[in-house]
Design a protein around this ligand. Structure first.
Ligand SMILES: C[S@@+](CC[C@H](N)C(=O)[O-])C[C@H]1O[C@@H](n2cnc3c(N)ncnc32)[C@H](O)[C@@H]1O
Length: 318
C-alpha cells in the first residue's frame, strides 16, 4: 500500500511531541514542521547512514522503492546521505565514502531550531544549506525574504535554490564559505551553523545583532560535542563586538563531564588532522548532538526507527 507523506509527517510530529528533545513548547516549530514537505527536499536517491554488514551504505531509490524511500525521509533519527566524497561517488548503488552532504535528521534540526527560537520578521543566517530543508523551516517562521543561507558546494547550493524556488519563502542562498558569513545582508537576529565548529568565527560575531542569538554545535577537543548558544551583547563595546554565552551543553554534555577549566588553556587548533573540514578555519564536521545515542538506526526504516538525533558527518574537500 502506498505510504502517505502527510500521514508520515504527522506521525513524525507526534514522535517529536513525545521526545525529550522534541518540539517542547515551540508550537511554531511543530507548525513549520507540518507545513514544510520534507520529501520535496530529499533527492530521489539517498544512502542510508548506517553501513550494511559489508561496510557499504545501501542506496534507497525512490523510483524502485517509493515506500522505503518515504519512510526513510520521515525517519526522525536518521539523516539521509545525499552526497559522498564531494560528489565523486555516483548514487547508482550501495557505496562507501565520506558523507559530504546530507538532509539532516528531523531530530537534530528540531533541536537546533528550538534552541535558536527565531521569531517572525527576524533576519536569520544559516551556515550549511544542504538541501535547503532547514532553510525552509526557518523561513516559514521568519517570513519571506528574511533568511540567508550559505553552502560551500556550488552544485548543492544550486539544487537547494531549485528546491526552495516557488515555495514563497524567498530565501537568499549563497554559494561560498559559511565561515565568512554574509555581511551584506546582516546584521542578523539569529545565526545557526548546521556543521560543527571548533571555534566561533569572528565574522559570525560581528554579523550578529546586539541581543541576537548564535547557535552552533561546538566540537570540543575532549570528544564531547556541545550545542552552544551565544547572545550578542545588548550594546556593542567601543571598538568591537562582545557576546555572552547564554547557554551551552544543551544536550551533548550529558555524555561526559566537560573539563571546562581547560578552555582557559591553549586554544585548540581550529583544524585537527583526520577530522573533517571544508573550510580553512571554523568548520569541523557535523556530528551528533546527542552522543548517548550516536549511531543511526541500523537497517532501513521499514521497521520504525526510534527518534534520536544523529547528524551525518561532513568531511573535507580533497
Ligand atoms: C548536514 S548538511 C546540511 C543539511 C541541511 N540542514 C538539510 O537538512 O538539508 C551540511 C552542509 O554544510 C555544507 N558545508 C560544509 N562546510 C561548509 C562551509 N564551510 N560553508 C558552507 N557550507 C558548508 C556541506 O556542503 C553540507 O551541504
Amino acid at each position: 500500500m502506498p505510504v502517505d507523506a502527510a500521514a508520515l509527517r504527522r506521525r513524525c510530529a507526534e514522535e517529536m511531541d513525545a521526545a525529550p528533545r522534541g518540539f517542547g513548547n515551540a508550537a511554531w516549530l511543530r507548525d513549520a514542521f507540518l507545513t514544510v514537505p520534507r520529501e520535496h527536499f530529499a533527492p530521489a536517491r539517498v544512502w542510508w547512514p548506517s553501513p550494511r554488514e559489508d561496510g557499504l551504505h545501501s542506496l534507497i531509490d525512490q523510483a524502485e522503492r517509493p515506500n522505503a524511500w518515504l519512510e526513510a525521509v520521515y525517519s526522525t533519527g536518521a539523516p539521509l546521505i545525499t552526497q559522498m566524497d564531494d560528489g565523486r561517488v555516483q548514487p547508482t548503488g550501495p557505496a562507501k565514502g565520506y558523507f559530504s552532504s546530507s538532509i539532516s535528521s528531523s531530530g537534530v534540526i528540531i533541536e537546533l531550531l528550538r534552541h535558536l527560537a527565531p521569531r517572525p520578521g527576524e533576519r536569520v543566517l544559516e551556515l550549511g544549506t544542504g538541501t535547503g530543508y532547514t532553510t525552509a523551516l526557518l523561513a516559514t517562521r521568519t517570513g519571506p525574504g528574511t533568511a540567508v543561507s550559505i553552502e560551500v558546494d556550488p552544485a548543492i547550493a544550486a539544487q537547494a535554490r531549485r528546491n526552495l524556488d516557488g515555495l514563497g519563502l524567498d530565501p537568499l542562498v549563497i554559494t561560498g564559505d559559511g565561515e565568512q558569513g554574509h555581511q551584506a545582508a546582516g546584521p542578523y537576529d539569529r545565526i545557526v551553523a548546521i556543521a560543527s565548529v571548533r571555534r566561533i568565527p569572528r565574522a559570525w560575531l560581528e554579523q550578529l545583532r546586539p541581543g541576537g542569538v548564535l547557535l552552533a554545535p561546538l566540537d570540543s577537543p575532549f570528544g564531547c560535542d556541545l550545542l552552544v548558544r551565544l547572545t550578542g551583547a545588548a550594546a556593542q563595546p567601543p571598538g568591537g563586538t562582545s557576546w555572552r554565552r547564554s547557554s551551552s551543553c544543551a544536550s551533548a554534555a550529558r555524555a561526559r563531564p566537560v573539563p571546562t577549566r581547560s578552555w582557559d588553556g591553549p586554544r585548540p587548533p581550529a583544524l585537527s588532522a583526520g577530522r573533517s573540514f571544508r573550510s580553512r578555519q571554523g568548520f569541523v564536521a557535523s556530528r551528533s548532538l546527542t552522543p548517548p545515542r550516536r549511531d543511526p538506526p541500523r537497517g532501513e526504516p521499514e521497521r520504525r526507527a526510534p527518534p534520536h538525533n544523529v547528524q551525518a558527518p561532513v568531511r573535507p574537500r580533497r
